[in-house]
Write a protein that binds this ligand. Structure first.
Ligand code: ADP
Length: 492
């Protein structure tokens, strides 16, 4: 086993990885930027090194600085977490060159799956159904128009090197196509450094369902069931659950078995996720993520597998420690991404200082977070405050538990999306499992969020005015109503 691992990431995921290392008896090396000098993850690591200014290109994406630390500290392996360098094959290649193990798949597989057009081709060849679309990058608008006629409108134009839901263009008629291609190409070039775009059939009202895969370097592969991630804003996930309410054991076996064959066929090892859209009873391969996912805790919760420990052991050359037969769902898990963002203002990030922070606890609650009272959510990075995962014996119990846990959350000082999560958990369609990637619009969730916010403000104001100055603070922080009370109100 490795003696020392460097974690090239920050926040909750850095802590998550270091936790796995501690359990495996591995020493941890943290790296932090100027903005993260006092961050918990930097303190959690046994050794921590400053690597540069707050902007990611100068710190968390600065390979020279990271390798310098890795050598100085004597780290034998690097875990990249998610985001930053996690799907950067140059980074994986450089690890190899520098004699440090990259905790992730081989670099040629990262390359192959990072190109979505190539990924679609190889997954199709391996027997997975893909969303109908172009086999190559779009070069000629007239050809694109005839392809769109063939597959039928609406279509979606996407960046081959894309990620994070960025730069997609939905096209409903031929006269919009040329402009959509141009604009997608320009966003692709400026965001991903590659202007290649391709076309897919735009599936109306799909569900996003993905399979977690684990594979070792001996060619053993298993899947850890599916996750449903249909509750999204701007094509980005906000709530995930496992298993999926629409999954049947037969469908799971069929897609799961094919997915395993597909990852074997490309020589995959380590953890990865095959993403699918599900529409009218059918699955369509969307893309493969060659890294640990944000939403991995729900899978850990329903399967009992510690995915990060498996990743580290596999990277060290060990065999998978589970067989497929040992994997079956134990109850239900739901994750809410608690972000500093304003659901009433198009979910814009709302970074700032946490005046009060207390996370929920009790049975079936898992919190992955790197924040504390007094911590500042930095505008330089994503606005994630914490990942709240709950489990229950069935979906109904998991939802009730999530509602209870959301009620217990106390976050004062920044606007959060907790009222959004409360609105979704109370929604009749959500409770019935009627989900789609358009859930928020279809269910008028934002109007419900506004009602939740108003009710919370009222409750907070009533409590505050009924109490003296000191008690007012207490009221604001102990009542779960505090989530939407601005800092200045309780600081009085
Ligand atoms: P990214 O890598 O940028 O996250 P994905 O290909 O994974 O992009 O898609 C992200 C989300 O965008 C999906 O979960 C879905 O909501 C939407 N989407 C992508 N492709 C399609 C499609 N062909 N039809 C309908 N929705 C799509």
């Amino acid at each position: 086993m490795f003696r020392k691992v460097l974690v090239a990431n920050r926040g909750e995921i850095a802590i998550r990885i270091m936790r796995a290392c501690r359990e495996l008896g591995i020493r941890t090396v943290g790296v932090y930027s100027e903005a993260d000098r006092n961050a918990l993850f930097a303190k959690y690591a046994e050794e921590s090194f400053f690597i540069g200014p707050a902007p990611a290109p100068q710190s968390y994406l600065n390979m020279d600085a990271i390798f310098e630390v890795a050598h100085a500290a004597g780290a034998e392996a690097i875990h990249p977490g998610y985001g930053f360098l996690a799907e950067n094959s140059d980074f994986a290649k450089r690890c190899e060159k520098e004699g440090i193990t990259f905790i992730g798949p081989p670099c040629d597989v990262i390359d192959a799956m990072g190109d979505k057009i190539a990924a679609r081709k190889s997954m199709k060849a391996a027997g997975l159904p893909v969303v109908p679309g172009t086999e190559e990058g779009i070069r000629d608008v007239n050809r694109a128009i005839s392809t769109a006629e063939d597959i039928g409108y609406p279509v979606i134009i996407k960046a081959s090197a894309g990620g994070g839901g960025i730069g997609m263009r939905i096209v409903r008629s031929p006269d919009e196509l040329a402009h959509a291609i141009e604009s997608a190409q320009s966003v692709a070039k400026s965001t991903f450094g590659d202007s290649t775009v391709y076309m897919e059939k735009y599936l109306e009202e799909p569900r996003h369902i993905e399979f977690q895969i684990l594979a070792d370097s001996e060619g053993n592969a298993i899947h850890l069931l599916e996750r449903e991630c249909s509750i999204q804003r701007r094509h980005q996930k906000l709530i995930e659950e496992a298993p999926s309410p629409v999954m049947t054991p037969e469908m799971r076996k069929e897609i799961g078995d094919t997915a395993i064959e597909a990852v074997r066929s490309i020589g995959y090892s380590n953890a990865g996720t095959l993403e699918f859209l599900y529409s009218k009873g059918r699955f369509y391969f969307l893309e493969m993520n060659t890294r640990l996912q944000v939403e991995h805790p729900i899978t850990e919760t329903v399967t009992g597998v510690d995915i990060v420990k498996e990743q580290i052991q596999i990277a060290c050359g060990a065999r998978l420690s589970y067989t497929q037969e040992e994997i079956s769902p134990r109850g239900w898990a739901i994750e809410c991404r608690i972000n500093a963002e304003d659901p009433l203002n198009n979910f814009v990030p709302a970074p700032g200082k946490l005046r009060r922070y207390r996370s929920p606890g009790g049975p079936g609650v898992r919190v992955d977070s790197g924040v504390h009272t007094g911590y500042t959510i930095s505008p330089f990075y994503d606005s994630l405050i914490s990942k709240l995962t709950v489990s229950g014996r069935d979906r109904k119990e998991a939802i009730a538990r999530m509602q209870r846990a959301l009620y217990e959350y106390i976050i004062v000082g920044v606007i959060t999306n907790i009222p959004f999560h409360k609105a979704v958990m109370g929604n009749a369609n959500f409770r019935k499992g009627n989900l789609s990637t358009h859930f928020i619009d279809n269910n008028n969730i934002i109007a419900e969020v506004a009602r939740v916010v108003e009710a919370e403000k009222e409750k907070g104001a009533t409590l505050a005015s009924a109490l003296g100055a000191e008690d007012r603070k207490v009221a604001a922080i102990t009542a779960a109503v505090a989530t939407y009370i601005s800092a200045d109100k309780i600081q009085k």
